[in-house]
Design a protein around this ligand. Structure first.
Ligand code: CO8
Length: 371
């Protein structure tokens, strides 16, 4: 069996950062407009007045201070409240593929080998731009990669599911190097008019090159990968190709991201911490000896709780990397941004964990050791 390594990672950061203050100003202006327009219905008890959002709440409840978006103008315009992303002609690269390619090029440059050495492209993300052709195939073409590509969606866990799939192809001898790309335009499926969730997500793209150990110079040995899913309605997005077929019309406002945040918090923390501890035990690893955790970035309190359960102590910021203050929840890309940003100080033999969790529920663990 060929062993796989993480040979390089890459990051694309969109140009526009939106602070909590800017987001809350836009939201509260929208609330004022809505309440003024619906004053009669509110007074008659037909409609409920909307409540303003608060910067203080957002930072305290989530740890998020800002997020990047591919378009800022629409997101902070109270009369629009969504990014303005114009359609592109079919002979132009689509925006999701474009940001995926930017992250991939960063990873390939760090790898130091030509893109032609890649045998497969997996585009693993929460939402694809279209049903087909696959984003992965468009990215493959833009990079000049031969072989094959396909899309996969496991929501926030897409990156670790992609890494495991890539490692399995290498183990089976189907590929020598696989590119996993995670382009996330979360602003496209976030309801900026929903007080409970308007602050949660940000846009970004990450890329990971997984390579056969015998070909790799340096990088990270993949010690083990594990995946888990368990059905839950607590994080849901009912947008889909059958929406237009519903005789009752578009129906409930659930064709964007919706969640029961408290329930997610309560149920996912034990599921993920138990998974990490049992996977470590099966690998003969003491989780307390891990130098660093690169966890999915949804909520700072959630990450601190998981890290405490896994490490058996209060984690330092150095042990438990937090990037969600700058990026917010970037779905599948979060744990990869954390890994990409904070791994330079590892010496050979030191170990860490990349772990994602999210809708499905889904979770993935990838234990790595610096070569
Ligand atoms: N401003 C001010 N107050 C607010 C706001 C706001 N914006 N929102 C809610 N409040 C109020 C509520 O009204 C409530 O008031 P009261 O106590 O009077 O009723 C109070 O604050 C507390 O509300 P909550 O219980 O909702 O707040 P929490 O403390 O639970 O924090 C969080 C909310 C931050 C959402 C938290 O629950 C959380 O982070 N949970 C985990 C979420 C999570 O990890 N979700 C995973 C999603 S990731 C995923 O897999 C999706 C992938 C698809 C990507 C989609 C991209 C769009």
């Amino acid at each position: 069996m060929n062993r796989a390594v993480i040979a390089a990672t890459g990051l694309y950061t969109p140009p526009h950062s939106v602070s909590n203050a800017e987001l809350v100003t836009a939201f509260n202006a929208y609330v004022e407009l809505y309440n003024a327009e619906n004053a009669g219905a509110i007074a008659a008890g037909v409609t409920i007045a909307l409540t303003p959002s608060s910067e203080g709440f957002i930072e305290k409840a989530s740890g998020i201070k800002a997020r990047y978006v591919v378009d800022k103008s629409g997101v902070i315009d109270p009369t629009v409240m969504r990014p303005a992303i114009p359609e592109r002609p079919n002979d132009e690269i689509s925006i999701l593929a474009e940001i995926g390619v930017a992250a991939a090029r960063d990873a390939i440059a760090r790898w130091g080998k030509p893109a032609s050495r890649i045998d497969a492209v997996i585009c693993a993300a929460s939402n694809m731009q279209r049903a087909y052709p696959a984003m992965a195939i468009e990215i493959q073409q833009a990079l000049g990669v031969e072989g094959f590509g396909f899309d996969m969606n496991v929501a926030c866990s897409s990156a670790t599911f992609g890494i495991k799939t890539a490692a399995d192809y290498i183990a089976a001898g189907d590929a020598r190097a696989v590119l996993v790309v995670n382009p996330e335009i979360t602003s496209g499926h976030l309801n900026f008019r929903d007080r409970d969730s308007h602050f949660i997500f940000g846009d970004v793209a990450t890329a990971v090159i997984v390579e056969a150990a015998e070909d790799a110079d340096g990088g990270w040995d993949i010690l083990g990968t594990r995946l888990k899913t368990q059905f839950s309605n607590n994080i849901r997005n009912n947008f889909g190709f059958l929406n237009r077929c519903a005789p009752e019309g578009i129906g409930a406002p659930d064709k964007l991201f919706v969640q029961e945040g408290r329930k997610v918090f309560r149920e996912v923390v034990p599921m993920v911490s138990e998974m990490i501890v049992s996977h470590a035990a099966d690998l003969g690893l003491d989780p307390k000896t891990l130098k660093r955790l690169w966890l999915h970035q949804a909520n700072i309190n959630m990450n601190e709780l998981i890290a405490r359960k896994v490490l058996g102590r209060d984690p330092s910021r150095d042990e438990n990397v937090i990037i969600l203050d700058e990026f917010a929840n970037t779905s599948s890309a979060g744990s990869i941004i954390a890994f990409h940003r904070a791994n330079d100080d590892f010496t050979a033999g030191e170990q860490g964990l990349i772990c994602s969790f999210g809708a499905g529920y889904s979770a993935g663990t990838v234990f790595v050791r610096k070569r």
